[in-house]
Design a protein around this ligand. Structure first.
Ligand SMILES: [Fe+2]
Ligand SMILES: [Fe+2]
Length: 449
């Protein structure tokens, strides 16, 4: 055990190379492919989290870590610069999962194939490969000795002993647990209630935010982060609203107000502390981006908020049924069932159902209740089918990228009705994935405060 061990989390589209012997590089993978390079003599190593096989030259110049064709040459070059010898470099790769009942998006296999071709071309031997399947993975490389640790997300769950008798979950158990969730602060309750009506005006928003001094300070911190790129310091809410716009300030308010609830770990779904929040944010910004592409500039915050809240039911169901998720996973693996089908059969409830109960308890507008209730079954939406479809697809994309994918991210199917409602094909999904760095840039300051 190295007490000085430092862990580096590599996000999608990033790569990192080091010769720091205390470093452990780690990444979460869905359909993306993680490639490690290591020189066992120089003890130099690197890890790339590849999102897509290839892109055009302009895009590769902006985000070289995203594509196999630009990330792998750079990963090799940087390890050599740090003293590795090309003759001694060895590679390992993992990831490339596909979504359960995939609709030929097949990004995982395409990523793996391209990475393989490039490594073979470079003459770098691939010592180990663990590619495919319907599950997320965590891959890490220890620089001290080149040890690779690879685990399937949710593995621990399936290894846990199953209880002999499975007690039915009573509605009262769920309701009691919902009562345990921190009540929504008044600020966010007011902001959420107005999400489906005319946009809030700035005086009203300022009034809401000023009720909470700590929140005001945090919002200003986010507004002053590098992601917005203002050289002048933003010192008041009025200034933030003028410079960044009402919508940005409102989104920041919502994300930060829900952080306490969403930041907690949920072991039942194999989500570590902060992962659920990251997933919610990534889905929210992806949904907003998709909404704007569809001409929803005016009401994009509705899409953002719906995606931010979509998995809220996991907090309660994960707690109430914590001892039964091994059975759920077992059924998924053996019984050709999706995760929510297995949740329904084993637990009697699904996390979207429980999420909708929470949303009703919080008096959220119908659009948010539907988005939460039907985010895995978008065909059932009645009042807000487009919002639900956008939340569904953004959830699929973020899970594919390994962002808070958890145990269930890849074992719920992509629904063709959502893709056709939004007129999306494989190429269009790739195009959304292309814009991932914009999403990641906006997440960082919200995680940091
Ligand atoms: Fe979900
Ligand atoms: Fe999700």
């Amino acid at each position: 055990m190295n007490f000085f061990e430092k862990s580096f989390l590599i996000s999608p589209a990033e790569f990192y190379v080091t010769r720091d012997r205390n470093a452990v590089l780690e990444t979460y993978l869905g359909s993306c492919v993680g490639v490690t390079l290591y020189d066992p003599v120089a003890k130099v190593g690197g890890l790339a989290h590849i999102v897509l096989p290839d892109g055009d030259e302009k895009r590769k110049a902006v985000s070289p870590g995203k594509y196999a064709t630009s990330a792998l040459p750079l990963l090799t070059e940087k390890t050599l610069e740090l003293g590795a010898s090309k003759k001694r470099l060895v590679a390992r790769m993992a990831g490339g999962a596909s979504i359960y009942r995939d609709l030929n998006l097949n990004i995982g296999q395409r990523n793996a194939q391209k990475a393989r071709e490039l490594l073979i071309q470079e003459g770098i031997p691939i010592l180990e490969e663990d590619i495919g399947g319907n599950f997320g993975r965590v891959l890490s490389l220890k620089i001290e000795d080149g040890e690779i640790r690879l685990r399937q997300i949710g593995q621990g769950l399936r290894e846990a002993p199953f209880p002999g008798v499975v007690r039915e979950i009573e509605p009262g158990d769920i309701l009691r647990e919902i009562d345990q969730i921190q009540p929504l602060p008044e600020t966010v309750r007011q902001a959420l209630a107005a999400i489906d009506s005319e946009p809030t005006d700035s005086e009203e928003l300022k009034k809401i935010i000023y009720q909470d001094q700590a929140l005001t300070a945090d919002i200003l911190k986010v507004c002053n982060s590098a992601c917005y790129g203002f050289s002048r310091r933003i010192s008041s809410l009025s200034q933030a609203i003028t410079l960044l716009g009402l919508k940005t300030v409102k989104k920041t308010l919502l994300a930060l107000s829900l952080k306490k609830v969403l930041f907690q770990k949920i072991p039942s779904y194999s989500l570590r502390t902060g992962e659920m929040f990251r997933h919610a944010l990534a889905c929210a910004f992806t949904a907003e981006l998709m909404a704007k592409e569809k001409g929803h500039d005016r009401d994009s915050e509705k899409f953002f908020t719906a995606a931010l809240l979509h998995d809220i039911g996991k907090i309660v169901l994960g707690q109430v049924a914590f001892d039964r998720f091994g059975l759920v996973m077992d059924m998924v693996l053996k019984g050709n069932r999706s995760f929510i089908e297995a949740e329904k059969e084993i637990l009697g409830y699904t996390h979207p159902q429980v999420g909708a109960l929470i949303a009703q308890e919080w008096n959220l507008p119908l659009v948010l209740i539907e988005a939460i209730a039907f985010h895995h079954e978008p065909g059932k939406a009645r009042a807000a089918s487009e919002v639900v479809a956008v939340v569904h697809v953004s959830n699929v994309i973020c899970s594919m990228l390994g962002i808070g994918c958890g145990v269930d991210g890849l074992v719920n199917p992509v629904r063709p009705e959502a893709l056709s409602l939004l007129a999306l094909d494989g190429r269009a999904v790739d195009n959304i994935i292309e814009r991932l760095p914009e999403v990641m840039k906006q997440i960082k300051p919200l995680e940091a405060v």
